[in-house]
Design a protein. Structure first.
Length: 322
């Protein structure tokens, strides 16, 4: 197996932030974009694991332009500190919102800010990160939210996003991914409205949004089908064997990253799109159809208002999205 299933258009001169970049999809996305010439900021909460990821990339790509940025997306203070450091760097051309909890706790836990932990990690931290960095994104920048097949397999409770009434590990994960998807599409709608308002103010027929928000989901991508990378991906023999039994309907995380890299680098990508594997669980990148729940404007607006209140800050896209 190879880290690089497909070629990537040159990313020279582009700056990319990948959250949760020390392992899994985030690592392989970072490695492939760095190989294509991008400057990649690998973000995560553990500096030692980030250092191991950078060492693994430079071991394969000695000339890679990579750096690390410690952000714990479950902590709003950590996110704010990370935003301050990002604002001192060159504007970002791509933001990949990948960090998150997949193996969720069996019982409800809260973040340091008092929010349900899975929601805080998978949704609220990224919302706060975008609210702080959107004005600093380069023209035609792409914001890529990582979707999930779980959005097709769960209902969504807008009146209990913190899961105070009823918690289980599966619902915590699925509901967080639905909320993240709803926010991604709501961001696209708000960016388009801002662009339309800007065009009308100068009498122009139309204008392209300054930033593009879209979703990429990696299908069913698992560790045991992924190349071994010391310090980054080291499944046991038992995990390899178990995951090999799922090979007809599963792929490695290096292949799942192919969809994310396509969303970040391909020419046929625009805001509001939903990219995934051609065969839903695996395969090359293909335009897909998101769930009606995640695309619903009413749900998107409700989750947006909830997120603003939760992070304690307004996210005014109209002011910066033109």
């Amino acid at each position: 197996m190879t880290w690089y299933p497909t070629s990537v258009p040159s990313q020279a001169g582009r700056s990319v932030l990948v959250t949760g970049a020390n392992a899994g999809l985030g690592f392989f996305t970072s490695a492939r974009l760095a190989k294509a010439g991008a400057h990649v900021v690998l973000s995560g909460r553990d500096p030692d694991r980030l250092a191991a990821a950078v060492a693994a990339i430079r071991g394969r790509i000695p000339a890679a332009s990579v750096e690390t940025l410690v952000i714990d997306v479950a902590s709003l203070d950590s996110v704010r500190a990370g935003v301050d450091r990002l604002l001192d760097r060159a504007p970002l051309d791509t933001v990949v919102l990948n960090a998150g909890m997949v193996h969720t706790p069996a019982t409800r836990h809260e973040s340091v800010d008092g929010h349900e932990l899975v929601l805080a990690t998978n949704v609220l931290g990224h919302f706060a990160l975008l609210a702080g960095t959107l004005p600093h994104l380069a023209p035609a920048a792409r914001v890529i939210t990582i979707g999930s097949l779980s959005t097709r397999l769960s209902t969504f409770r807008t009146d209990d996003l913190q899961l105070r009434r009823s918690y289980d590990a599966w619902r915590a994960y699925a509901q967080s991914k639905i909320a993240a998807s709803a926010l991604a599409f709501e961001l696209d709608r708000r960016l388009r409205r801002a662009a339309t308002d800007a065009a009308e103010s100068v009498g122009a027929a139309s204008v392209t949004p300054r930033v593009h928000s879209l979703i990429a989901h990696p299908g069913y991508s698992i560790s045991g089908r992924t190349p071994r990378v010391p310090g980054v991906n080291e499944p046991t023999r038992v995990e390899r064997f178990a995951d090999a039994l799922q090979s007809p309907f599963a792929q490695g995380k290096h292949s799942g990253a192919d969809v994310i890299v396509h969303a970040a680098a391909a020419d046929d990508v625009e805001g509001g799109q939903f990219w995934g594997p051609r065969y839903e669980v695996k395969g090359p990148p293909s335009l897909g159809t998101p769930t009606r729940t995640s695309r619903d404007p009413g749900i998107g607006a409700a989750v947006w208002a909830f997120a603003e209140e939760a992070v304690g800050a307004a996210f005014d896209v109209e002011a910066v999205g033109r």
